[in-house]
Design a binder for this molecule. Sequence first.
Ligand code: PLP
Length: 486
Amino acid sequence: MNNVEKSKNGTLGPDKKFKMQKSMQLFSDALKLMPGGVSSNARLWETAVFCPIYTPCTIFAKNARGSYIWDVDGNKYVDYRLGFGPVILGHGYPAVTRAVSAAARKGTIFALDNELEVDVSRQIIDMVPCAELVRFSVTGTEATMHAIRAARAYTNKEVIVKFEGHYHGGHDYLLWSTSPPYDTRDRPYKQSMGIPGAIRDLVMVETWNNFESIEKTVKANHKKIAAIITEPIMGNAAAIMPKPGYLKHLKELCDRYDIVLIFDEVKTGFRVARGGAQEFFGVTPHLATFAKSMSNGYPISAITGQEEIMKLFGPGKHKVTQGGTYASNPLSLTATKATLEVLKNREVYERINVFGKRLMRGIEKVLDGNGIDNVVQGHPSMFQYIATNNRDIIYNYRELKSNYHADLYAKVQYWLMTKGVLLDEDNQECFYVCLSHSKENVLKPTLAAFETAVEKALNSKFKMQRFKLPGTEKLLAPSGGNPNIP
Ligand SMILES: Cc1ncc(COP(=O)(O)O)c(C=O)c1O
C-alpha cells in the first residue's frame, strides 16, 4: 500500500485552533440571499472539510496585502490563489494603488476615448509579439467571445476548435468540455444548463497535445473551421504544459488551412513572461486575449493580434461589433499602465521564477520524502503538484482526471490553511506566485507548512465533523453536481 492509499483510511476534522465560525455564519446568511451563497460558481469549494452540513461552501476574505490574505475570522494566509491568478505584483502593490487612488479623483467613467488607451495600447504592442492593434474589454469572457467573432468574420467560417479541459470564460460558445466527467464519451460536453444545443454544431473538441488527432481533424474539416483556440499552458487543468513543438504544430496547421490561431493568454499573459506564453514558447498566434495579470487585479481585458484581423473591429456597417460601457475605463487602464510599467523590467520575472522554482522543488522533495509519487508541473509562476502513480503520462485533461488523488490534495489543502497557507481546494487550479512572495521571506514557512500538512493528511485520525448552522440544510444542494445537466 503506498502512502496515498493509506491516507484514504484517515478522517479529518477541523483543527481546534483554526477558526471558521464567522465565515460559516456569513456563508449561511449569503445562502439565504444568493443562489449557492456566491457570485461565481467557481468560488464554491467542493471538497472543503469545514463546510456547514455538507459541501460546497466558501470562506469570506477580509483584506489582502503583499503576499498575504486575511479572512473574517482573523486567519492570516500566504496567498497562492491570488484571485485565480491576476495578482502578479502583490496585493495592494503601492505603485498601482497610488496611481488608481489619484485617478479615482479625476472621474471613473467617461464613455469617451482617454489618453490612457493610447499609452496602454503602446505598452502592450511593445511587450507582446503578436500585438499589432489592441481592443479593450472588461473580462476574459468578453475577450475570448470577441476574438472568436473576429476570427469568424475574417475567415467567413463558423466552427471553433477548442480543447478538452481548457476554459475560456462563461459564454455559450466556449463553455463546452471545460471540465467534463473524465469517463464521459460526450464531446462536446455541455458544461451548463441553458446553453443552446444548436451551438454543439459550431464547436469541435480535441484532445490537447495530440499531434495526429488535431491534424486529422483540421484536414477533414478546415473548410468550416474559423479558429483554433487554446490556452498555451493548461491553467485550468493543473498547469499541464504543451509538448515540445505542439503550439508550433497548431500554428503551422492554421497557417496552412486559413484558420485563425487564438492563444487565450488570460492566465499566462504578463505572467509567464513579459510577452506572455507566446514569448516564452516562441510561437506567435494570429490573435491573443489577455486579462488578469495585465492590471494586477483590476477589471480589464484585451484582444490583440494581427492588424489584418483586428482592423475588422473598426468602423463600418459590416464590421465586427465589440465594446461595452466599462471597456477602457480610466481606473482599470491606470492600474494596467502602472502594472505594465513594473513588468517592463525583466528582473521582476527573474525574481518570481526563482521563487517559483524553489517552491516547486521544495514541494516535490516533501512529496518524495513522504513516499508520494508525484509530478510538479507548469511554469514557476503558475504550477501545480499532482499526486499520481503515473507521472509520465499527464499531457491532457483525461490523463489528469484519471490519474490523480484528489482526496489527498483536499486534505493537504485543508491542513495548509490551518498552518497559514492558502491554495485553491481544486487540484485543477494552480499555485500562483507574485513579486511580493519573493520579497517577503515566505518560502521557508510555506514549505514547513507543506511538510506538516502532508504528514497530517497522511496520518490524521480525526473524525470528520462539520460546523452546523441552523437553517442551511434546505439551502444547500448535496455536492456531486446537478443531475439535470447533460
Ligand atoms: C484561460 C482563461 N480564459 C478566460 C477566462 C475568463 O475570464 P473572466 O473570468 O475574467 O471572464 C479565464 C478565467 O479564469 C481563464 O482562465
